[in-house]
Design a protein around this ligand. Sequence first.
Ligand code: GLY
Length: 369
Amino acid sequence: MAVIPVAIAGAPYEVRIQAGVLARAGEHCRPFLRKDRVSVITDENVAGQWRQTVAASFDAAGIRSEWLVLPAGESTKSWEHLARTVDWLLEQEVERKDRIVALGGGVIGDLTGFAASIVKRGCGFIQIPTTLLAQVDSSVGGKTAINTPAGKNLVGAFHQPALVLADPLALDTLPLRDVRAGYAEVVKYGLIDDPAFFQWCEAHGASVLAGDHAAREYAIAHSVAAKARIVAADEKETAGVRALLNLGHTFGHALEAETGFSDRLLHGEGVALGMVLAARFSARQGMMSGEDAQRVVAHIGAVGLPASLLALGLTCNGRQLADHMLHDKKMDAGTLPFLLMRGIGQTFLANDVDLADVAAFLDEELTPP
Ligand code: GLY
């Protein structure tokens, strides 16, 4: 088992990664629970796959599990389902020192974490992420949120879990497209500050996607260790360090907005193409070599993630895409911090990017050769 400590001041915890850990969830959670009862929040799809296994593991540990099963999908991250979850937790008489369990992908983790942050002014929670994206990114670091009509993740709180359990076997039952979208966040850690890990991704990305358990376990553990380092250095994203995790997200957010936050472009796919665009824009600005930018394009494309803006078939122009960036939640007093690259593993925060240059670049990317 890989155990990655997340050294958040005042709220340290571990991420435990192991094939089969879902079937031993009760045993792992037991020392974190004060009672012989636990409230578990999940969605219909995850319940279909894992409820029996996880409930049996709690039974075996002498803990009765109570379940709230929510609809699957992004629309569950809403005021309505937050209210339903909070009311249910209050009916369960959850107390501040209790820990509730989030079993699922990013939607369930974000919603449950936010509910935990407000029930009785804050109770504890444990993350058991079942998608690659949740295992390598959203379950670690304490960002919790819901979506509102004004945008995604605009209402939330920093609230750290007490424990994270990640089981690579959970990925076996997911559609390949979802695993691939989560893999974009794995590649991101190489591009941020770890060229050797990017090289590992180039060599082993295909195995990760093909279902090789050892490769998956390594990719998850390495990614979590990278995220743990970053969030321990800058928990609340105020020191310009955690912001590095937004590599690819500014371009990606504009693409998601243009495609209506729909299945046409999953979040991870938007991040993948966003990283390609960040690399190509960095090269166009003379910051990164064309060869390094091409390596990014080649790897993203080789694993089947979108690597060409033109291929997305958008009907907008560069200015319209850049306009979506004005509504990005990272806007800061009229400027938009951009993550650019000086090379593979040399990402930096640029505060002086001119959106007119970005629009001109996007027009070029949208123009057939
Ligand atoms: N997913 C970005 C972060 O946790 O900061």
